[in-house]
Design a protein around this ligand. Structure first.
Ligand code: NI
Length: 174
């Protein structure tokens, strides 16, 4: 397992749609392991492959709060089958938008199907934090970021700060 570099907004790759995977093999599992390590060390509770620069429909999630009881979830080609009419609000952040958080309203529950780490077809009915996390990550696979759910004003404010932050990162004084 090795840690990968996380792509930070603004980067055009984050706006691209990820591709469906054809097969689950050891190479793919190696990538999933790398994604999990990258997510744990960040630290974060969810990561999509595009965030390490790979446009494939892959997500890793672990919402367990206890560090000693890891409970990773690997989602290959996840598809949201249905969403509830009721909604919930969480203050969301994103590893690709460091330091920025905003309250985002999403359907409280979602029903998804996906392929697991072994290659088996699975389904989950998610609610609460897991539901929000899955929807945030599936958004990534479609080139959508959580700030896209905000008003234009709020979104532009965050984007401006991110551009400034990126410029500052490259600044050197000699
Ligand atoms: Ni994110």
């Amino acid at each position: 397992m090795s840690k990968r570099k996380i792509v930070i907004e603004p980067d055009p790759i984050l706006r691209k749609k990820s591709e469906t995977l054809e097969k689950v093999d050891d190479e793919l599992r190696g990538l999933l392991d790398d994604m999990l390590e990258t997510m744990y060390s960040a630290p974060g509770i969810g990561l999509a492959a595009v965030q390490v620069g790979i446009l494939k429909r892959l997500i890793v999630i672990d919402i367990s709060k206890d560090k000693d009881k890891k409970n990773p979830l690997f989602l290959i080609n996840p598809e949201i089958i249905s969403k509830s009419k009721t909604s919930s609000i969480y203050e969301e952040g994103c590893l690709s938008l460091p330091g920025h958080y905003a309250e985002i309203e999403r359907p409280a529950e979602c029903h998804i199907k996906y392929i697991d780490y072994i290659g088996n077809k699975k389904e989950i009915k998610a609610k609460g934090l897991l539901s929000t996390c899955i929807q945030h990550e599936v958004d990534h696979l479609n080139g959508v970021l959580f700030i896209d759910h905000l008003s234009k004003l709020k979104k532009d404010m965050i984007l401006k700060k991110l551009v400034k932050h990126k410029k500052d990162l490259n600044k050197i004084i000699l």
